[in-house]
Design a protein around this ligand. Structure first.
Ligand SMILES: C[S@@+](CC[C@H](N)C(=O)[O-])C[C@H]1O[C@@H](n2cnc3c(N)ncnc32)[C@H](O)[C@@H]1O
Length: 123
C-alpha cells in the first residue's frame, strides 16, 4: 500500500529531469535520452556550473546505449557543491528560442549566462 502511494505521488510531484545527451561523431549527432522515472540515482540532482568540479562522460561497454559517468575534475572540498558543465547546445533539429532561455545561476566569473536549452524544450 505504502509503495503504491509513493509511486502515485512520486509521478505527480517529484521533478523527473529527463536527461538528454547529444554527442557529436564527425558530422553526426547521436542523441541519448534518459528518463529516470522508474530508476535513477542521486546524479539526477547535480546542477550545472560554467566552472564545474566534475565532468560527465558517456561510456559504452558492450552496448550502444551509453552509461553517464560523472568524475571529479579537480579536488572537491567537503562542503562544496558537486556540479558539471551541461555543455553547449549542439542539437540541430530544435534551435533555441532565445526568449525562453533558462538563465544560469552558477555565479562563476566565466558564466555563459544561460543553460543550453529552452524552458520548454527537449534538446
Ligand atoms: C538535473 S536538475 C538539477 C537539480 C535541481 N536544481 C533540483 O533542485 O532538483 C536540472 C535543473 O536544475 C536547474 N539548474 C541546474 N543548474 C542550474 C544553473 N546553473 N542555473 C540555473 N538553474 C539550474 C534547471 O532548472 C535545470 O533544468
Amino acid at each position: 500500500m505504502a509503495r503504491k502511494l509513493y509511486d502515485k505521488y512520486k509521478r505527480k510531484y517529484f521533478m523527473n529531469f529527463i536527461f538528454c545527451v547529444n554527442e557529436k561523431f564527425g558530422e553526426n549527432i547521436v542523441k541519448t535520452i534518459i528518463d529516470p522515472t522508474e530508476s535513477g540515482n542521486i546524479g539526477r540532482y547535480i546542477n550545472h556550473s560554467c566552472e564545474p568540479n566534475c565532468k560527465l562522460y558517456t561510456i559504452r561497454i558492450n552496448n550502444e546505449v551509453p552509461k553517464l559517468c560523472i568524475f571529479a575534475c579537480k579536488d572537491i572540498n567537503e562542503s562544496e557543491e558537486i556540479c558539471f558543465d551541461y555543455g553547449e547546445n549542439i542539437s540541430t533539429d530544435t534551435p533555441l528560442d532565445y526568449k525562453d532561455r533558462v538563465a544560469c545561476l552558477c555565479g562563476k566569473p566565466t558564466c555563459r549566462k544561460y543553460l543550453p536549452y529552452d524552458k520548454n524544450s527537449f534538446n
